[in-house]
Design a protein around this ligand. Structure first.
Ligand SMILES: [Zn+2]
Length: 317
């Protein structure tokens, strides 16, 4: 079969043929150099690719395996090979958490550019790019609905949107979520993933730390539960405000959580900080985090905690 094919292609070069014979190729001398197998290199597949092979895939950032996007969605964005927790978008996160979505909050808020801030690009240009990239209008998405039999308000940061940075609109949306939770006596859940305050809004973004802290304090006074889930990564002004003021702090495995980054601390204290510094497991040992929960158990854990805190019957009990 191979001979017929090669005869029609071209006559092999005499010099190459001699060289191959010299290194002891098992192939007959008449085989074309073009079709000859190279040791250690996989033969090119002639069979048409299957649907799975042509499906869009994502590379795991930890073990570098290629995982089809469908498999990833079914596995809640956890790598089936190494258990690495890949990032989830805010919208996917909330739709995954809520058994029923009743509505979304805060979409009317739009970021302004009061400082006319320009770094390598003007702030409005950066915003536009982030909106196109993520399909979101801001870095925080707020939804309300049901988690099984419980009515809850939930919000999630989208790290892809300017690093999940907290500007005035993120503050507005969070406060609106807290106010709805307060008015309707529903627990609040927040999935944090942020690089901190948004520098393009200067002082206005720093003010959101105080605003969100005040909103959480009102929930605390009213006895309304507020659960924070720390996902990879949470830093800066978000850590220093709403992400560390929960009644309960859960964290995803190996999430990086801190205020200043590791490199900044190393330069300040002039020490090398070894792994797992700033990882969720390290913070659990040091009492910052209450529990590190695998994503597959996260919904159950949040539900059980909220059912207990709200004195509601646990439908799974
Ligand atoms: Zn992996």
């Amino acid at each position: 079969m191979a001979n017929n094919m090669t005869d029609t292609i071209e006559k092999p070069d005499t010099q190459t043929e001699q060289a191959t014979t010299a290194v002891g190729s098992a192939k007959p001398a008449s085989t074309s150099w073009f079709n000859r197998a190279v040791p250690g290199v996989k033969q090119h597949l002639t069979a048409p690719l299957t649907a799975v092979e042509t499906e869009p895939s994502t590379e795991c950032s930890s073990c570098h395996s290629m995982i089809t996007n469908t498999a990833l969605i079914f596995n809640c964005y956890v790598c089936p090979h190494c258990d690495h927790h890949l990032p989830m978008s805010a919208r996917e996160r909330l739709q995954w958490l809520l058994s029923q979505v009743d509505g979304e909050l805060g979409q009317e808020f739009v970021a302004k550019d009061p400082l006319r801030f320009v770094d390598s690009k003007p702030y409005p240009v950066r915003m536009k790019e982030a909106q196109t990239k993520t399909g979101e209008t801001e870095a925080l998405v707020v939804m309300y609905g049901k988690l099984r039999n419980l009515d809850i308000v939930a919000c999630a940061f989208d790290f892809r949107f300017m690093g999940g940075s907290m500007g005035s609109v993120v503050g507005d949306r969070f406060v609106q979520a807290a106010e709805k939770a307060l008015a309707e006596h529903k627990p609040l859940v927040c999935f944090a993933a942020s690089g901190g305050a948004r520098m393009q809004e200067g002082l206005l973004s720093l003010m959101q730390m105080a605003r969100t802290a005040a909103a959480i304090e009102r929930l605390r006074i009213a006895g309304i539960p507020y659960i924070v889930v720390l996902t990879n990564p949470v830093y800066g002004g978000v850590t220093a405000s709403l992400a560390m003021l929960g009644d309960i702090h859960l964290a995803e495995p190996k999430a990086m959580i801190g205020f200043a980054g590791k490199r900044v601390i190393e330069q300040t204290v002039r020490e090398t900080l070894e792994e797992p510094f700033q990882r969720a497991e390290f913070l659990l040992e040091h009492g910052v985090v209450d529990e590190v929960v695998h994503r597959h158990q996260l919904i159950d854990t949040i539900y059980r905690l909220l059912a207990k805190l709200c004195s509601q019957p646990n439908v799974e009990a």
